[in-house]
Design a protein around this ligand. Sequence first.
Ligand code: PLP
Length: 372
Amino acid sequence: MLLFTPGPTPVPQNVRNAMSDETMHHRTPEFEAIFEKTRKHLFSLFGSDEVVMLSSSGTGAMEASVTNLCHNTLLNVNSGKFGERFGKIAVANGLKNVEIKNEWDTPVSVEDVINAIKNDANIDAIAVQISESAGGLRHPVEAIASAVKAHNPSIMVIADGITAVGVEPIDIRNIDCLLAGSQKALMLPPGLAILGLSNAAIEKIGKGKGYYFNLATEIKAQRQNTTAWTAATTLIIGLLEVLETIEKNGGMTKLYENTQKRAEAINAALQAIGLHIYPQMPAKSMTTVDDADASKIRKILAQKFSVNVAGGQDHLTGKIFRINQMGLIPDYEAAWVVNAVELTLDMLGRRKYDGSANKIFNEILFANRALV
Ligand SMILES: *Cc1c(COP(=O)(O)O)cnc(C)c1O
């Protein structure tokens, strides 16, 4: 089965091999050396003043960012399940929240964010997804961050980059906290979350909040190349292998270019055979199609073509399907998926197969590409 869900994503063979060694103790010079190298790679990936690794799924990093960086009222952007989650985290931790809610295909506007913070002087942090995975939507996070900081630089900007870090370059100049998670763009099993922090964020964190997710405790330990609690050693070993693999394959810039090109090619190929891209502003992490036959399409893709793509949740259950674009995806796998979707439409009696999808896909993917 080809795993083409936008998380979890496939783990490359060499990464699985790297994680298959005997368990290493986390309080040893051997592991500290691995931790240090991984940290160096993360500083260059995030571009932030500090990085922190947590043993948790992505939601743990969302909670840590909210509890440590919001001390009063959180403004959260809800254009999908993950944006909604930020609000729930705030409330669960006794904080107040103000929410801007839109349909899942609709990016939040800079204007709505600025109006919200003007209307409530208690808002001291804003949380927004760069790529909202629920509908494959890209929010204009960089523009929001810049406008928020121009209005009030003390408001903390939390950007959930769990399906964006490692997918596209992110301008972090006005972002205080950038989140990533292992099982999405980082091509690892679930269980590791990463935060990139600004110096302003570190100042606001102060002595930190909570216990397990106290970021002050973690920053102190991780600056010494160790962790406050038992490190997710196997996943960190895997992460180092992932980051070294990306480097060997031409580095982040090359990965961003390939992802951008492939996302463009798949979107155009699917539109050429009559499908509709759901979000008004599509994220590069996934291709999201809304279609009355979404459930049938997913079923045929899995049963006849061994392709696993994701469906929708809540009110979009059975109404969308999502094809992953994250990670080191071989071109031939993407070509197989695009062709399988076209064959599926034929099987559903919707459109006679003529190879259009692959033709468009190849034209876009290989035009102007130096083949070496
Ligand atoms: C997957 C995901 C998360 C975190 O989910 P976990 O299941 O806790 O790893 C958060 N935000 C976005 C945008 C995601 O795609």
